[in-house]
Design a protein around this ligand. Structure first.
Ligand SMILES: [Zn+2]
Length: 397
């Protein structure tokens, strides 16, 4: 991860949807004499950023919770009072599909404006078969309307819904509903590439998570976990055991969790914006994970409760300043390893021949500037599959 292969003075040739060559400008002009030229003016051209963890389908933002937290009421207490995920669930259930598409569209365009060309989007504020399918159909429609590359994830196991929390045997009944009703519906419509579970004490236990994800694997979905976010409970160990594509959050991961993740192919996806926004002092042990040999990815965790940001380069800043990663490591974490966390590592996340022409141009002359100008907006344009995705001017960037 310490080598992001940053080079200067090169040009990129794109043919159709793919990168055909990377080399000196003179050489490429000889090889592709009729090509349309895009002058990047010596600025930073990076692989399009891969945001591998978002909850971008929601209705009302939850700005009232920020002050509650500041006054000393924590995340779990807000949830117990009917806030948190439960309030987003009540809100989303009341909204038709069209309205959710309209609300999500500008939010995702903001993410694209920061250089993101691939975005994973989870359901998880529906928590009934109909409302989870509705959320996933919203993601599919957004993918048809926006040029970004979408990866949909079913997160029916985001929380035990209130109506199941309030009755005896409700938990096991909800797990049964997930496995025997919701999952077959999601799989038969081909609406999700991954299944995810919020594995955390007070939400889904290790055994429940194993049951849900084993069923999801049988249904042909890739596996993800929200693991060890607030307390170490064996989530990372379970992710490695079941061959999950990624284990996400990990702020409270144990020593043994670090060891098994490092020895596995599971990507450790870290979300430092969430811990910052929640006012937590503890961040995931990125250094220990990387030094042990784990593949670390960074993502925004864009969601209405705990990380309402679309600024992915800011997350890279936090990677350096809070997680003590090098700039090269944050670039790898935001591109190559983000792609690995979505099983796309052979298609996106690198500027190399054969890869999809997913590129982002930043107003910076040195790669170190991107995390340096923190909170700034430096992306001037991006392309997905060789076509313009975002442009800060009316013309091609
Ligand atoms: Zn999440």
């Amino acid at each position: 991860m310490s080598d992001a292969a940053i080079v200067t003075g090169v040009a990129v040739a794109v043919v159709g949807e793919k990168i055909a060559a990377v080399g000196s400008q003179a050489e490429l002009e000889r090889s592709y004499p009729g090509a349309t030229r895009v002058d990047c003016a010596g600025r930073l051209l990076a692989p399009g950023l891969v945001d591998s963890h978002t909850h971008a389908i929601f209705g009302r933002p939850r700005f009232e919770e920020q002050e509650l937290r500041a006054s000393g009421i924590d995340y779990m207490e807000i949830a117990r009072r009917g806030g948190g995920i439960h309030s987003s669930v009540r809100d989303l259930r009341g909204r038709p599909e069209d309205e959710l598409v309209t609300l999500a569209m500008p939010r995702l365009q903001r993410l694209a404006a920061h250089g993101v060309t691939t975005v994973e989007v989870k359901s998880g504020y529906g928590l009934t078969p109909e409302d989870e399918l509705k959320s996933l159909r919203v993601i599919r429609r957004l993918g048809e309307h926006l040029p970004m590359r979408f990866v949909p994830t079913w997160l029916g196991a985001h929380e035990i819904p209130q109506e199941y929390r309030d009755v005896p045997e409700g938990r096991s009944e909800y797990v049964r509903l997930l496995v025997s009703s919701m999952l077959p519906g999601v799989a038969s419509e081909g609406l999700a590439r991954f299944a995810d579970v919020f594995c955390e004490p007070g939400v889904f236990t290790i055994d429940e998570t194993r049951t849900i994800l084993t069923a999801a694997r049988s249904a042909g979905l890739g596996l993800k976990l929200h693991a060890d976010e607030l307390r170490a409970s064996g989530g990372a160990e379970l992710a490695a055991e079941i061959g999950a594509t990624s284990a996400d959050h990990l702020a409270a991961i144990s020593e043994s969790g670090i060891r098994v993740l490092a020895e596995s192919n599971t990507v450790a996806t870290l979300l430092p914006g969430t811990m910052l926004f929640l006012g937590k002092e503890k961040q995931a042990p990125a250094r220990a994970l990387i030094d042990a040999g784990a593949a670390v990815a960074l993502a925004t965790d864009f969601n209405p409760g705990t990380s309402p940001t679309t600024n992915f380069p800011l997350i890279m800043t936090l990677g350096v300043s809070q997680l003590r990663m090098s700039v090269a490591e944050t670039f790898v974490a935001a591109t190559v390893n983000g792609a690995a966390a979505l099983s796309l590592v052979h298609h996106v996340g690198q500027i190399a021949p054969g890869y999809s022409a997913d590129l982002a141009l930043f107003d910076a002359s040195d790669a170190r500037e991107l995390p340096y100008w923190y909170g700034d907006h430096r992306c001037t344009g991006s392309w997905v599959r060789g076509r313009v995705c975002h442009s800060s001017t009316a013309e091609t960037p």
